[in-house]
Write a protein that binds this ligand. Sequence first.
Ligand SMILES: Cc1cc2nc3c(=O)[nH]c(=O)nc-3n(C[C@H](O)[C@H](O)[C@H](O)COP(=O)(O)O)c2cc1C
Length: 362
Amino acid sequence: MIYKNILKPIFFKQDPEKIHESMTKIGSILGKFIVTRLLVSSILNYKHSSLTQTVDGITYQNPIGLAAGFDKDAHLTQILPSIGFGFEEIGSVTALPCKGNPKPRLWRLPKYKSLVVYYGLKNKGCEAIAQKLQNKKFDFPLGISIAKTNCKETVDIDTAIEDYYTSLVRLEPFADYITINISCPNAFGGQPFTSAELLDALLEKLDTFESNKPRYIKVSPDLSIDQVDDLISVSENHNIQGFIISNLLKKRENSGIPLEEFSKVGHGGLSGKPVQKHANKMISYVHKKTKGRFTIIGVGGVFTGKDAYAKIKAGASLIQLVTGLVYGGPTTIKRINQELVVLLEKDGFSNISEAVGSNHKK
Ligand SMILES: Cc1cc2nc3c(=O)[nH]c(=O)nc-3n(C[C@H](O)[C@H](O)[C@H](O)COP(=O)(O)O)c2cc1C
């Protein structure tokens, strides 16, 4: 109530990137002290046995995670468990530090519960992030998303592959799982690894760094069915345990938003509600086609427990969000988890893992 009626109207009058930075600073300070962590936890944390599950050997207290992009440089790892998140994914991190695209590069479309994102993989680079994570303990599973440095040099495919490899080797020791982000809509050279041949070459190189930690590929909601089929068949031959579905929507004509509404915003991918139905459709397709062999983390337009549950029933084991937090505020995670418990009970499931892909079992 306080966030929606007082804070959000104030925040939404300010520059979105500045608010993002301020929230990150506040979160980082709150995470530093046990007293503030406990205080936040007493208000916002929520636990229920039906939400706890083990996925690819990792135990999650609840299925709701912070998606990549909100905490690019790992400032919030200490406070997010108190806010009620079951996990988080930092990054995307690239081999070299990157300032990202020129500002402004973040806009809101409140009428459509969406953000327009043109950050272009701004982050401190894998060396600085590795040093930040060193000697830290985490109260929840930590995913690390890696991408290729957003610069002209990585348009060359061999350089791009080396770039991913450098980040993988440097960051893998700190991660519970690794995400290979091949779907940033705002980087030099586009998304070359949506081609089967190039994805195969990338994964072959990454396979040479052996580890038993799960690796997931983050995909674009703009992919055609043929491209999704390629993604699955290439992944089947490599050390890949699943997919994160999906990243930002690039094709504005598929957003359901009248194109004239974009006149006040710049370039960039769309988050939130416009991603929802594309992500849900792809989750359903991949789960059904692979008969649940791949883990799916569902992302895109999750604002309520019902939104999260739709993705779970379609085949997602875990859920991530960013835009839901921006529009709903810090109580969002507790509310979604509470709503999920009610929905599970209503359908007669004693644990969330029983509901995964249940749409396809009828
Ligand atoms: C401000 C912002 C920055 C993002 N940066 C990244 C990123 O660096 N890497 C990535 O894989 N996804 C990034 N994303 C995409 C989100 O992780 C997510 O896939 C997408 O926003 C859809 O989820 P949502 O509707 O809950 O926001 C970003 C999204 C936002 C809103």
